[in-house]
Ligand binder design. Structure first.
Ligand SMILES: [Cu+2]
Length: 327
């Protein structure tokens, strides 16, 4: 896949493109429709019951669900059947070479569901999930401003806000250590798969791996886990520090969007960087999701090794190498 003409990426297209562009949230004005309609769509998804696959709570439960950790758990909840929960919930892949492809699929279907809500709310047809590049500078590592205010100017709740974060994150102060956002180690990994004493960019070869294991791929360690822990903060109950609660923080999706972008950055920065090519990664472990219509879809990593053109059909506005080329 070649680079896109810069003008296409810099300007908002007048007609819908055959792909969507995921943009740097820090390049968008605070009142940009991309941000405003993300907020509104979350409000609409929160209004749906947990048994609805297109609801905010169901989408989070795909990652992980334990009622004991669910901040919205209520005796009146009608949960999906045990069979449905077994098929669709508790799917997140960690400590695994499926970490990147599974989260890519998860983001893709979530993004399509939000896009459908945005369209219903009269929002922009070029809506796409923005990403948070906290590694760009110490200022960029502060929590993006639209996520900090509890209420909007008219007094209504800001659906991008959650209280369960590091206090300084919601105060717009620096709260992460420099090491938490450092990309040097992960981007210098020579291979995708762990082995020979190195973590690998993408992680250790596993089967289906819904567990918090000890061996993490380099990216899954830093900045993935470090930023989860940093945003969550030292107080008990931080959303980003728990598998069940993390996707209930709207910043989760921008964090993972950035990790997905870094996969593209890693692949492009050195021409020997490559994804696994064996069937045990590409084809043998399919994952199941709901699309924006609620239909059930199966996907394998083979279908997500490129983001463009189909079936994914998105590009990032920037996949340049922050380390300035090969070492
Ligand atoms: Cu994560």
């Amino acid at each position: 896949m070649g680079p896109f003409p810069p003008t296409l990426l810099a300007n908002r297209p007048a007609v819908p493109l055959p792909f969507r562009i995921r943009r740097n949230i820090l390049s968008l004005p605070a009142d940009d429709p991309i941000i405003d309609f993300y907020r509104q769509a979350i409000g609409a998804m929160k209004a749906k019951p947990i048994a609805d696959p297109l609801s905010w709570r169901f989408q989070a439960a795909i990652h992980d669900y334990r009622a004991s950790e669910d901040p919205s758990a209520d005796p009146s909840d009608v949960l999906p059947s045990a069979a449905e929960q077994g098929r669709f919930w508790n799917q997140c892949q960690h400590s695994s070479w499926f970490f990147l492809p599974w989260h890519r699929m998860y983001l893709h279907f979530f993004e399509k569901i939000v896009m459908a809500e945005v369209a219903r709310l009269g929002g922009p047809s070029d809506w796409a999930l923005p990403y948070w590049n906290y590694s760009a500078s110490p200022a960029a590592a502060r929590l993006p401003a639209p996520f900090r205010a509890r209420r909007l100017r008219d007094g209504s709740p800001n659906h991008l806000f959650v209280a369960q974060r590091h206090r300084d994150a919601n105060r717009g102060r620096n709260f992460v250590g420099a090491g938490d956002t450092d990309l040097t180690a992960c981007l210098r990994e020579a291979s995708f798969e762990s082995g020979g004493g190195s973590a690998g960019f993408g992680g250790p070869k596993t089967v289906f791996s819904h567990a918090a294991g000890i061996t993490l791929g380099a990216l899954e360690g830093t900045p993935h886990a470090t930023m989860h822990v940093a945003v969550s903060g030292p107080a008990a109950g931080g959303f980003m520090g728990s598998f069940t609660r993390a996707p209930l923080d709207p910043i989760f999706w921008l964090h993972h969007c950035n990790l997905d972008r870094l996969w593209e950055v890693w692949l492009r920065r050195v021409n020997t960087h490559a994804n696994p090519t064996t069937n045990d990664w590409l084809l043998d472990v399919p994952f199941t999701f709901h699309d924006a219509t609620g239909a059930i879809v199966n996907m394998t990593p083979a279908e997500v090794v490129v983001t463009f053109p189909t079936p994914l059909a998105y590009v990032y506005d920037d996949t340049s190498d922050p380390l300035g080329g090969p070492p």
